[in-house]
Design a protein around this ligand. Structure first.
Ligand code: SAH
Length: 258
């Protein structure tokens, strides 16, 4: 993994009064990066630590993902009226009929992306493309896992909202683009991973074309009326290899801009 230096959000384990003790109940590899929940109420580092512990209990094991989830302040991406629900494992409205994905699915998709052959062989994830910026939360998490992240949003209001949400984080490796994600973003290709946060009926050709050999696409896809499954497509030297994983519930992938 290549963690971008200088991320302003304090990484778990960094010094400071909110730094909790590693928990003995966590696997050793995870203990190194995940703080223990201490305190209650409005201490967001502690609340986030509890969220991370639930992610571990739910089966997330990739230490870089857990560290990123423990660091990015999710409450900054939702309306202040919803702030008290920001660390619950639930999707929340972000305006324009869209939602912020629940933490467990963000972590799951990031972990799947890190399972790309490029990462397994030590080459590193390389550039990442996210389809569906929404409020920008997952993009911020991804920016801690990849050297460059491009994220596309088709709704201008949300694109601008994400820009506002992300400004205080100062993430120079994160590029917000207003446009139709169904076309991908050729300028940043090839990508080590492409992650879609909206589900369509099929995988746009552009996504497969823009994936690097050794790269991985993670996307929700409709398999039947009203039924979506999480899909992983690996691009190998022999072609595309597809795996259908668990059922998921994402907002629809739409074409064009709004
Ligand atoms: N990544 C977000 C989830 C946002 S919800 C998070 O961190 O929680 C999915 C987003 O995908 C919505 O904002 C929706 O407008 C957007 N979307 C849907 N179709 C799209 C397309 N073709 N191109 C870009 N964005 C799209």
């Amino acid at each position: 993994m290549q963690r971008r230096p200088g991320f302003p959000a304090k990484l778990p384990g960094a010094s400071g009064p909110a730094t909790p003790r590693p928990s003995a109940s966590l696997p050793a590899a995870v203990r190194a990066v995940v703080p223990t929940a201490t305190g209650t109420g409005l201490d967001s580092a502690a609340v986030r630590a509890r969220m991370v512990q639930k992610l571990v209990a739910g089966g997330i094991t990739a230490a870089p993902v857990l560290a990123a989830m423990g660091a990015v302040e999710r409450h900054r991406f939702v309306d202040s009226a919803l702030g008290n629900q920001a660390y619950e494992d639930t999707s929340l409205p972000i305006g324009m009929g869209q939602t912020i994905s629940k933490p467990s699915i963000v972590a799951r998709m990031c972990e799947l992306a890190l399972g790309a052959e490029l990462v397994r062989t030590g080459a590193g994830l390389g550039r990442v493309l996210e389809i569906g910026t929404g409020c920008g939360y997952q993009a911020a998490v991804l920016s801690m896992l990849a050297p460059e992240v491009y994220t596309l949003e088709r709704v201008r209001t949300l694109h601008e909202k994400a820009r506002d949400n992300l400004r205080p984080f100062r993430l120079p490796n994160l590029h917000l683009i207003f446009g139709d994600g169904m076309l991908g973003y050729a300028k940043g290709a090839p990508y080590g991973a492409i992650i879609a946060a909206a589900g369509g009926d099929s995988v746009p050709q552009a996504w497969c074309d823009q994936l690097a050999v050794g790269g991985r696409l993670v996307a929700p896809m409709a398999v039947a009326a009203g039924q979506q499954m999480l899909l992983v497509i690996d691009k190998t030297v022999h072609g595309l290899k597809q795996n259908v994983l668990e059922p998921v519930h994402f907002v629809p992938l739409k074409s064009g801009i709004a």
